[in-house]
Design a protein around this ligand. Structure first.
Ligand SMILES: CC(C)(COP(=O)(O)OP(=O)(O)OC[C@H]1O[C@@H](n2cnc3c(N)ncnc32)[C@H](O)[C@@H]1OP(=O)(O)O)[C@@H](O)C(=O)NCCC(=O)NCCS
Length: 177
């Protein structure tokens, strides 16, 4: 079982890395009928990673930073990842960022006849609550907090030190320092 799991993880990483190097994912709006095959393959691999390794907890929390780093996420030190990341090469996580259990960082959203692909930036010491969902083009400032189960919609910019929650997420207050 251990050999199978390790082989599975390495194969998934190698395939994804290869695709990212050969066909880098770039932010923008793509008509649904013009989506490059390379991105469709990356989404398939993402689903494969996230559903079989992350959502099943086959991949322990402790290994997730290393795993997502291998898939192209830019990451500071001491990051904790309890949820999953789709389109990992478009995500940046600052030092001590904490992604709560079952949260989802998704850098794409389908809108009508096109798909928008955008980066997600999570600042240093920020906390994304359990089961929250973060969309593309979102920036979460240093030390900000996103409430459990919240939805941070496309393009939201959350200033440093603020607590946001709800669907769609709204500012509740400033975090006490
Ligand atoms: C967002 C959070 C930090 C707010 O905590 P708080 O400042 O103590 O807020 P309160 O409990 O006083 O609630 C203030 C208001 O926000 C609302 N609220 C709080 N958390 C909310 C959430 N997750 N989603 C929606 N609304 C929320 C409350 O209903 C309340 O609304 P009201 O003023 O209309 O009554 C906290 O609720 C939270 O979700 N923390 C994240 C925990 C977590 O998931 N950690 C990761 C574990 S792996």
């Amino acid at each position: 079982m251990a050999v199978f799991t390790v082989g599975f993880i390495f194969t998934a990483i190698l395939l994804t890395r290869g695709l990212i190097v050969l066909f880098p994912v770039t932010p923008g709006k793509i008509p649904l009928d013009k989506i490059p095959t390379s991105w469709i393959l990356l989404v398939f691999l993402d689903q494969f990673h996230n559903f079989f390794l992350v959502n099943t907890d086959l991949l322990p929390f402790e290994l997730r930073p290393l795993f997502y780093r291998c898939l192209g996420t830019k990451m500071g030190r001491n990051v904790r990842i309890g949820g999953f990341i789709a389109d990992p090469s478009l995500v940046t996580l600052g030092d001590n960022a904490n992604l709560g259990g079952r949260c989802a960082l998704t850098c794409h959203v389908v809108e009508g006849k096109s798909v928008s692909l955008g980066t997600i930036k999570i600042g240093k010491n920020a906390l994304v609550g359990a089961a929250a969902m973060i969309g593309p083009f979102v920036e979460i400032g240093e030390g900000a907090v996103i409430g459990g189960g919240s939805l941070v919609t496309k393009g939201t910019i959350i200033p440093p030190g603020e607590i946001w929650a709800g669907n769609p997420a709204r500012c509740l207050r400033k975090r006490e320092t």
